[in-house]
Structures are given as structure tokens and as C-alpha cells.
Design a protein around this ligand. Sequence first.
Ligand code: PEP
Ligand code: MG
Length: 322
Amino acid sequence: QKAEWALLKDEATKTRDGKHVELAANIGSPQDVDNVLANGGEGVGLYRTEFLYMERSQLPTEDEQFEAYKSVLEKMKGKPVVVRTLDIGGDKQLPYLNLPSEMNPFLGFRAIRLCLEEQEMFRTQLRALLRASAFGNLKIMFPMIATIDEFRAAKALLEEEKATLLENGVEVADGIEIGIMVEIPSTAVLADQFAKEVDFFSIGTNDLIQYTMAADRMNERVSYLYQPYNPAILRLVKMVIDAAHKEGKWAGMCGEMAGDEIAIPILLGLGLNEFSMSASSILKARSLIKKLDQNEMKQLAEDALRLQTVNEVMELIHNKIM
Ligand code: PEP
Ligand code: MG
């Protein structure tokens, strides 16, 4: 099987009936890129930049960040690279920021909420990203967006930094796509409105499931509620993909669900354009997708959406696919 997958390394990802989807990888540092390419990744769908900020005693400088982003973009040689701005808080803390501890860190002061308040820190990252954009195919993504106002505020800061750089003669790529993670139910519900303003969506199912099911993703006692195939989750995912397509935008997924063999047929049927997963899952996913027919998966997804429980969905997939 491994040998069969290896043959797929340089192939585009196409279903049996010729529909192309992009298989990208999630990375945490520039060193991860070699493995993405070795596994036939067509892009980076999520670069988690918080690792640049962790395990050190102070914020990374603009130049340190610029070098890291530039190195990823250069190694990817024009393939798309979605960089997510700082998503600290929740399970990931930065001791040197001295933030007070919270009762519910996953519902607290984190990610874009923190960045919109710690503006100098955020602007530094945005400048590093904009400068790096000249070296490849950069797309910028904001995490934990709950309202349109947050998106607009983040985008306004990005535009401001871009204008200043351009005034100073710094090269910045034209038409950098700006998107958001859809990982909070309010944003999935208003996806039709967001789709008019963003360039793309990437569905963060790790958090979207936790917030939709009200089940802490770190808590074993409630892990039975962590249900990617729950029709409630599938319906939210469909709303987001449909909303994107209606406005001519693309929709990806960078939560664990994107690399899950039971979920992939459904996601394909729902029309997901980009699947971002750990590099080691890419060839297996490509091999699976090659065997599926997109039109059949459309029907399968419609059937799944009408079911009531996770077990019914799993049974459907097992009967039709496995
Ligand atoms: C997600 O929430 O699905 C996601 C990809 O982000 P993270 O796992 O970093 O929270
Ligand atoms: Mg998340």
C-alpha cells in the first residue's frame, strides 16, 4: 500500500470523474515543509504561527518572523501557503504576556481577540507577513473570528500596514487573499454574509465541533460528544461551503476532520475545495479520493445530512464506501 501511495506523490488530486481538489498540509514551522513536499502536498493549508512565539522568553521580532514566513514561501515555490495569524490562548499560553488566568480559557481572551487589543504585537506580525508575500503565494488567515466586525478590524490593520510599507518602497505582493477560520458557530451561521467580504474560508473543525457540541476538546469525560460526523456538524459545514461558492470563493478545511477517511467522502460530496491535514495523511487521502466519484458522493452527503446520529452516518459510509 505504501508503494502504491508513493506513486501518487506528483499526481494532482482528482476524483474518478475528474473533479480536482487540493490536498494541503498543516505545519507548525519552516522545518516541516520538506515533509510536506516529500508527501506530495499541493500547498500549506494552515501554518500555525503560534509556535514561533512559544518556548521562548519574549516576542519574536519582525525580522525573525519575516525570515520564517519567507523560508516557507520560498520552499513551497509558488504553491499556496495559508498563514494563520497568532492563535494564542486556550490550550496554548505565552508566559511572557502575563495574561491573567481565566475560568474558561477556550471561551476567553485568545487569538484574534487578543491580537486586536495587543495591536503592536499584531501589526508586527502583519508587517512580517506582508514583506514575506513578495517571495511566494501567500494567503493570510485570521483565527477565531466570531463577528464581521472582528474581521473588518483585522483587515483594516492589515491594509494600514500594507499602505505604510508601500509608501516606504517595500515590495508587497498584489492581491494577497485574506480569509478566516470558520471555527465558531456564529460565523458558520452567518457564512453567507462573511462570504461577501472574505476571499476564502477554512473550516477549523477541531474548535467548531467543541463549540457546537459544548464539549471541551481536551476533556476525556466528554470526548464522546466530540462528533465530527454528527449531522449538526455536517450541516454547518455544508452551510459554509455553499455560502463560499455562492460568492465565487473557495472553502477549505484545516481541522483533523479533513484527513479523516470516513469524513472525506462526505466532504467531497459537499464540494469542499481544499483539504488540509498532517503531511503523513496526504497520499492515503489522494489514493482514496481517486477511487471516489464526485456525483455519487454528492448523493451520499445528501443522505448523511438527513440522518440523526453519528452511528447512522458511519454505517452509511461503511456500506457505501468501505
Ligand atoms: C481548528 O480549530 O480546527 C484548527 C485547525 O485550529 P487549532 O487546532 O490550531 O485550534
Ligand atoms: Mg482552532
